[in-house]
Design a protein around this ligand. Structure first.
Ligand SMILES: [Zn+2]
Length: 119
């Protein structure tokens, strides 16, 4: 059956209703939580507004990383990351609302800055 509301991925059942929002470089912000594949945000049945919010959010991923300096964190990096995680959680809630009860959406916060601050 090919319904418009079916999200296909690499899972055995080839459609997923378990999604994860996670920031990563050069990827789309929505993942299948079963097989960890990166889903095309274009295929996710949500509003354009929310899509662009998610893409914008993704574009800010890594602002706390100092790429020129061995991937150290920038000053106040933990604060940036916390803020980004807070927004990500809000977007996850919006996503869950738009997708409705058929889907389960979880948020996977970034912990790069925290991990690296403890070195
Ligand atoms: Zn999958």
């Amino acid at each position: 059956m090919d319904s418009k509301n079916t999200l296909r991925c690499l899972c055995k059942q080839r459609e997923t209703k378990e999604l994860k929002v996670e920031g990563d470089l050069g990827a789309d912000p929505i993942w299948c939580n079963r097989c960890n594949c990166n889903l095309e945000i274009e295929e996710v049945p949500i509003s354009l507004d929310l899509k662009s919010e998610l893409i914008h959010w993704m574009g800010k991923y890594g602002e706390w990383i100092d790429w020129d300096n061995d991937d150290e964190i920038v000053p106040n990096g933990i604060k940036f990351e916390d803020e980004h995680n807070k927004q990500g959680l809000e977007l996850t809630n919006k996503l869950q609302k738009e997708l409705g009860g058929d889907y389960v959406v979880i948020f996977s916060p970034s912990s790069f800055a925290r991990r690296n601050a403890c070195k």
